[in-house]
Design a protein around this ligand. Structure first.
Ligand code: TMP
Length: 236
């Protein structure tokens, strides 16, 4: 499979068209941004780690009945994926209060939530990805009610599968962000990535942050944290 032309360059990935109209190649970069692009930097080898971690977790999710866009990893940084039309939502799942939820509700980070929280944000950088609810999504026709119900069901399943899997690796899944897309036949699949860029991972014992919060909050040690996640998940 060859790259034909660049379709798109995002903050963390480039996407290439291939000879097959149904397939794309995703190319993960080391570039890191935070605060909607306000902070820019690089995290050495992040692209390699996010490519490999995402594919590892998507394979696990496929086995557990969550359809994904994954086709085949072709190099350290590149993966063939099915072409989708992205549903313009960031689907956020939370188990423990952190980040913007902790701020919004005045909770101390690390406060357990009595029930899993599902949030939707409208994917629009110019608007700062505002939070929306089911009514906004229906009113704007970003997807149908049936599609949203399926997206919510898949998001909660991802949470169940990944929380249990990561627990055995001494990683607590605090929260994460997913994106879903539609194949040309209308099937909803999990797309984008699942990585330390898009999840909060805390060491179960020390509560040390093993994710992009280290970069967002200028804590340092982000390269080692990403490497540690890859080591625990892939053994290398
Ligand atoms: P938040 O607490 O900042 O709202 O983030 C919740 C989770 O979603 C956290 O794991 C980081 C992830 N996330 C992204 O992957 N991309 C984003 O643009 C935002 C805002 C959050």
């Amino acid at each position: 499979m060859q790259k034909v032309s660049q379709l798109y360059e995002g903050k963390a990935k480039k996407v290439w068209v291939t000879e097959d109209p149904e397939l794309l190649i995703v190319d993960y970069k080391d570039d890191a941004t935070a605060g909607n692009g306000a902070k820019k930097g690089t995290i050495h080898d992040k692209g390699i780690i996010n490519n490999r971690v995402t594919n590892h977790l998507m394979k696990l999710l496929e086995k557990e009945g969550v359809p994904t866009h994954l086709v085949e990893e072709i190099s350290d940084r590149e993966t063939i994926v099915k072409k989708v039309t992205i549903v313009p939502l960031e689907v956020i799942v939370r188990n423990i209060a952190a980040g913007s939820l902790a701020k919004r509700l005045g909770l101390e980070e690390g406060t357990p939530l009595h029930k899993t929280v599902l949030e939707y944000c409208y994917k629009d950088d110019a608007l700062g990805d505002p939070m929306v609810n089911e009514y906004h999504i229906m009113a704007m026709e970003w997807c149908t009610k049936e599609e949203l119900d399926l997206i919510a069901k898949y998001a909660l399943k991802v949470n169940e599968v990944l929380s249990a899997y990561l627990k055995d690796l001494n990683i607590e899944l605090i929260d994460f962000k997913l994106e879903f897309g539609k194949l040309s036949d209308g099937t909803i699949v999990l797309a984008d990535e699942i990585s330390p860029d898009t999840c909060r991972f805390w060491d179960s014992v020390t509560k040390e942050k093993l994710d992009k919060d280290r970069f967002r909050r200028d804590m340092g040690g982000e390269e080692d944290a990403y490497k540690e996640v890859m080591k625990r998940l892939l053994g290398e």
